[in-house]
Write a new protein. Structure first.
Length: 271
């Protein structure tokens, strides 16, 4: 049976999946990568929604930022201005030319999914949400500090900042980069999920006196995971907090238990 026929079988003819155990292991891993790609789509979609929200909120912030320039590494307003804190759906902005707030204050402003941004007297601070240590892993810390004495902020003014925020655009290649980055965690999660499902499937297969090895079950259950992966992807698009592992495990095993009937039986001695 060809690889293409196995893919069709994973969608329409489950009995054809009895031949999955004869497929080369590298082809099975490639197929698992394909399923991981599908499963990564919701996270990319959610990230793009967040970026769109940030773009919308940036346009609101533009209207609040007064005229200023950088002099001797410090922020100076054109007219006497008091500091303020402005909160949108995704950003908490602190504008503090009077040096009344500290980095610790900006960090404390971070709530839920918000980004906390502080334009303080001598430096700009961005505090990122640090889910599972992701920001710390990427940047070394979830608190990013930028000196006004160094590029690109040394020449920043109120006009240039407003112009940059108004012209902020998401590059067309961003979704592809996000999708490529999202494959890895999706692959690891799906791989671990299906390894455990493979062990469970092997135990049931042995109890039903079927002659199979673990890798036979593992390769088969990867193809059995096609429909549940697609279902999980659809659910995650609308319910990001949904635990897709449970759905994928149980539906994959349900399909696998149907395939078991086509595996060769263990011949027991008659005497």
């Amino acid at each position: 049976m060809t690889f293409r026929q196995l893919i069709k079988g994973s969608l329409f003819r489950f009995e054809d999946l009895k031949n999955a155990k004869n497929t080369s292991f590298w082809k099975v891993i490639v197929y698992l990568l394909g399923l991981s790609l599908i499963l990564a789509i919701p996270s990319v979609y959610q990230a793009l929604q967040v970026m769109d929200q940030i773009k919308t909120d940036s346009l609101k912030i533009v209207e609040k930022i007064p005229d200023f320039q950088i002099e001797d590494g410090e922020i100076k307003t054109t007219k006497p201005e008091k500091g303020f804190i402005y909160q949108t759906n995704s950003i908490i902005l602190t504008f503090d030319p009077e040096n009344k707030r500290t980095q610790e204050d900006i960090e404390k402003d971070l709530v839920g999914n918000y980004f906390s941004v502080g334009l303080l007297k001598k430096q700009a601070i961005v505090v990122l949400p640090d889910y599972g240590g992701v920001s710390s892993a990427l940047f070394g810390d979830n608190v990013l500090k930028f000196s006004y004495a160094q590029e690109p902020l040394s020449g920043m003014t109120g006009d240039t900042l407003r112009s940059e925020l108004k012209d902020l655009k998401i590059p067309i290649w961003t979704p592809l980069v996000m999708l490529a980055a999202g494959i890895y965690p999706s692959f690891i999660n799906l791989f671990v999920t299906l390894v455990f499902a493979g062990f469970a499937g092997m135990i049931v297969a042995k109890l039903r006196l079927r002659r199979v090895k673990f890798f036979d079950c593992f390769k088969t259950i990867i193809f059995c995971a096609t429909i549940p992966t697609i279902l999980a992807t659809i659910v995650l698009l609308f319910q990001p907090s949904f635990d897709s592992s449970i759905l994928i495990t149980f539906v994959s095993l349900f399909i696998f238990f149907r395939v078991i009937n086509y595996f060769p039986k263990i011949e027991l001695p008659t005497n």
